[in-house]
Design a protein around this ligand. Structure first.
Ligand code: GTP
Ligand code: SPV
Ligand code: MN
Length: 595
């Protein structure tokens, strides 16, 4: 099939990939509905995908991955910069020459008997000065159909690239034998190249997402004066109609999709407050002509965690999945070919197929201690389905950011909310983030680890240089820089229950954050930052949560924080000379304030 571009750099690279992987057939993805329909049909015929109920879930498909292939694999993810030093102490590294030499034989002939799909795509609205082009070659229809939702995919993406540019990210993916021993997710930042093999799970194979829009893009951003962050973007509309934009970085499965789509409590909606979603996972941020920081969402859909999503917790996410959505590793209700996952409702299907493919009696299976859906099962839903999608979603200039929020899962230590003293202190607050691990990556769940800016698995270069870049951006933005905050929805009581109701009620905390940005509310200075006066968090209409509960959620336990500074010191020690002196100073200042 003929190429869709005259760009010789693209064509030369695709030819090289064909010569390497030796597919029987090559199909260029033009993005047409006709072509996608043919692929959907083919995938359903081969059993790779399953068609769901056309009345209840029109255009929706089901897919299951192998039990050994259900999450990102951080231990098999590498940053292959020429110098080891440039990958830093938090990334796995291998010399690029060695890595190419190791992987080349694995890709040699891997697509024999298969079709290679060549996917042109844009991260960011086509025509946006912040957008970037990628080309992914893959032997997976599932990848094509997901990229069709998650990116601006098809021939139009080449318009942005033009006929001569070499500025595109080259992504090579083969599911190969889906062998966990041969699984590698490799970024070559200096070559604009990603090689992924032996996986078929989202974050490992939708190369526009974590591999490009975070790992490669963070490196590009450092060199080009912008930032690629693991952040949601939301617009908070006030009763006077004004919309303030906020980004928030939480680690994987820690609440970005939920916060981005929240429905405010009744008291707020009655007054006219609304939340609009610009993005739920990734933000590209760049200073605009007016000197403020602007953000675009490079994605075009949501690859969201299914379990826990329901009418009450996240109405908008659920509504987004009602058509043209792909479900991965959830359970099927065989009575009507719909989907189910934990906490969707209280009625697990009796005639169910669990995520691994076994036919089971849902309620009985759950009673035996099993889960019908994998904890990291996901939906891939088009952003245009979202009832609260922002009118600025496709704005090529992005939206101006007033506040940046960091947060994670901490049972103790971190209070409900606090504000940093400055951009530099805010950078420190981001750098010391810690959170309990989740099912989004393979490995133990619930273990507290440092996850600076929620970028530990996604920073494409030395984390010390990344922090220096943050500090540098603060200097560029000056007094127009967004204010930086930290939140924690996950403090628990002595029985391990979450104290804060979370979800829509997180609006109450956003309210205080916006007031702080506008300078309309006071704060209390604590050793770790500015905190609300407990009575300034609105608890009206909350069941069982009083201003005393808020005071409790805001306590800063000096002894715990002194312990915490030891952990930070240990973590910082990894960075040696690369630790920005400003952050060492912030740590020293924190220790002094704690006494
Ligand atoms: P990735 O897509 O992996 O980057 O995750 P995410 O940050 O978008 O996480 P998401 O919003 O999907 O939330 C993941 C889990 O956290 C779900 O099980 C939610 O139910 C739960 N969660 C989200 N917000 C809250 C909250 O405010 N309070 C509590 N207790 N749980 C929450
Ligand atoms: C995450 O793990 O942070 C995700 C899902 O958003 S994945 O695309 O698999 O990385
Ligand atoms: Mn994510």
């Amino acid at each position: 099939m003929a190429s869709l571009t005259k760009n010789p750099n693209v064509n030369k690279w695709v030819d090289e990939m064909i010569a390497l992987t030796k597919p029987d057939k090559v199909v260029w993805i033009d993005g047409s509905e006709e072509q996608l329909n043919a692929l959907r049909k083919e995938a359903c015929e081969t059993g790779e995908m399953i068609k769901l109920n056309e009345e209840k879930l029109p255009g929706c498909l089901y897919h299951r991955t192998l039990p050994n292939d259900v999450a990102r694999v951080e231990d098999r993810t590498l940053i292959c910069s020429r110098n080891k030093e440039d990958a830093g102490p938090t990334n796995n590294w291998c010399d690029p020459k060695e890595m190419y030499a190791k992987l080349t034989p694995m890709y040699d002939g891997v697509m024999k008997g298969r079709t290679m799909y060549v996917i042109p795509y844009s991260m960011g609205p086509i025509g946006s000065p912040l957008a970037k082009v990628g080309v992914e070659v893959t032997d997976s229809i599932y990848v094509v159909l997901n990229m069709a939702i998650m990116t601006r995919m098809g021939a139009d993406a080449f318009k942005n690239l033009g006929d001569t540019s070499n500025d595109f990210v080259r992504g090579l993916h083969s599911k190969a034998d889906v062998d966990p021993e041969g699984r590698y997710i490799v970024q070559f930042p200096e070559d604009n190249t990603i090689w992924s093999i032996n996986s078929a799970y989202g974050g490992n194979v939708l190369l526009g997402k974590k591999c490009f829009a975070l790992r490669i893009a963070s490196y590009q951003g450092k060199n080009e004066g912008w930032m690629a962050e693991h952040m949601l973007i939301l617009g908070l509309q006030k009763p006077n109609g004004e919309i303030k934009y906020i980004t928030a970085a939480f680690p994987s499965a820690c609440g970005k999709t939920n916060l981005a789509m929240l429905i405010p409590p009744e008291g707020y909606t009655k007054k006219g407050y609304r939340v609009w979603t610009v993005g739920d996972d990734i933000a590209w941020l760049k200073p605009g002509e007016d000197g403020r920081l602007y953000a675009i969402n490079p994605e075009n859909g949501f690859f969201g965690v299914a379990p826990g999503t329901n009418e009450n917790s996240n109405y908008n996410a659920l509504a987004s999945t009602k058509k043209n959505t792909i479900f991965t590793n959830v359970a099927i209700n065989n009575d009507d070919m719909t989907v189910w996952w934990e906490k969707l409702d209280k009625n697990p299907p009796v005639n169910a197929t669990e995520w691994k493919g076994a036919k089971v009696n849902g309620p009985e299976y759950i009673a035996e201690g099993n889960k019908l859906a994998h904890p990291n099962s996901r939906f891939t839903a088009p952003a245009e389905n979202c009832p609260c999608i922002s009118s600025e979603f496709n704005n090529p200039q992005g939206v101006p950011i007033s506040a940046i929020i960091f947060g994670g899962r901490r049972a103790k230590t971190a209070p409900l909310v606090y504000q940093s003293f400055s951009w530099q202190h805010g950078t420190f607050v981001g750098s010391i983030m810690a959170s309990e691990t989740t099912a989004a990556a393979t490995g133990a769940v619930g273990v507290v680890r440092r996850d600076p800016m929620a970028m530990l698995p996604f920073c494409g270069y030395h984390m010390g240089d990344y922090w220096a870049h943050w500090l540098e951006m603060g200097k560029v933005l000056g007094d127009k820089a967004p204010k930086i905050f930290n939140v924690n929805w996950f403090r628990t009581d002595d029985d391990g229950n979450f104290i804060w109701p979370g979800f829509g009620d997180n609006m109450r905390v956003l309210d205080w954050i916006i007031d702080r940005c506008e300078g309309t509310v006071d704060a209390v200075e604590t050793p770790i930052g500015f905190e609300p006066k407990p009575e300034d968090i609105n608890v009206e209409g909350l069941d069982g949560i009083t201003t005393e509960t808020i005071a409790d959620l805001l306590t800063v336990d000096t002894e715990l924080w002194k312990e915490e500074t030891k952990g930070i010191e240990e973590f910082y020690a990894k960075f040696g000379e690369k630790l920005p002196k400003e952050l060492a100073q912030e740590l020293a200042d924190l220790k002094a304030r704690l006494g």
